[in-house]
Design a protein around this ligand. Structure first.
Ligand SMILES: N[C@@H](CCC(=O)N[C@@H](CS)C(=O)NCC(=O)O)C(=O)O
Length: 224
């Protein structure tokens, strides 16, 4: 069986990071194909690669699986450890993964992933702060109520929920978002994951630039 993962630019494509991280975490061999994406609404060049004309898309042999959460579920069917073993913990992990997949639009718009930056930051608008507060609440509940094993992840052991929130850790880091201790420790654990560091190092090598993302740096006080 061959696995081919189509992803966007590592510097910008936060959706692509999620399944890539899961495959790396599981140490599953796969072939990576990078497609240039600029966050456009519709990109016809992606149609032959993914039914939804978006990346990421996993090709299992020649069968396409698109949408990051659907790819994660496909992997979890083969590697059940990607969801917590306890039924209620698993339900909570699914709730927060789905919430991440469909929500936090204000945070995403205001703080796009752009790994070449580490900015001074600025006070968040009310709507963005609401998203940040909700993420802090989710992380804190998972870490204090559900993380029963010694691992630093939301549910103790690394799960799909961690992959879903991984780009948020970069956003908080890039835009210098102040966090309470539990959330800050979890952000740092995510940033230190070897696969996150591998993605980051590759992103820094990329030369493609998109002004609509890069110009935001000025709004956030420039580089730290
Ligand atoms: N809901 C989708 C979102 C995927 C998405 O929006 N991908 C962006 C890149 S991060 C894309 O393919 N954009 C097309 C383009 O910019 O050309 C998922 O979870 O996979």
């Amino acid at each position: 069986m061959s696995l081919n993962l189509y992803i966007g630019n590592k510097n910008y494509s936060s959706w692509s990071l999620r399944p890539w991280l899961l495959l790396k975490h599981l140490d599953i061999p796969f072939t990576e194909h990078m497609i240039s994406v600029g966050g456009r609404d519709y990109n016809p060049a992606l149609r032959p690669i993914a039914g939804n004309a978006r990346v990421p898309c996993l090709h299992v042999d020649r069968f396409q699986i698109w949408e990051s959460l659907a790819i994660a579920e496909y992997l979890a069917e083969r590697h059940p450890q990607l969801w917590p073993a306890d039924t209620l913990a698993r339900a909570r992990a699914r709730s927060i993964s789905a919430e991440m997949h469909s929500g936090f639009v204000e945070l995403r718009k205001a703080m796009p992933m752009n790994l070449k930056f580490k900015l001074k930051g600025k006070p968040a608008t009310e709507a963005v702060q609401r998203d940040i507060d909700r993420i802090v609440e989710i992380w804190t509940e998972a870490r204090t109520r559900f993380a029963t094993s010694a691992g630093p992840w939301l549910f103790g052991d690394f799960s799909i929920a961690d992959a879903m929130f991984a780009p948020v850790a970069w956003r908080f880091h890039i835009y210098n978002v102040p966090l309470p201790d539990v959330a800050a420790a979890y952000r740092d654990a995510l940033l230190a994951h070897p696969a996150m560091q591998e993605w980051y190092a590759a992103a820094l090598q990329e030369t493609e630039a998109h002004a609509h993302y890069d110009d935001l740096a000025k709004e956030y006080g420039g580089v730290r």
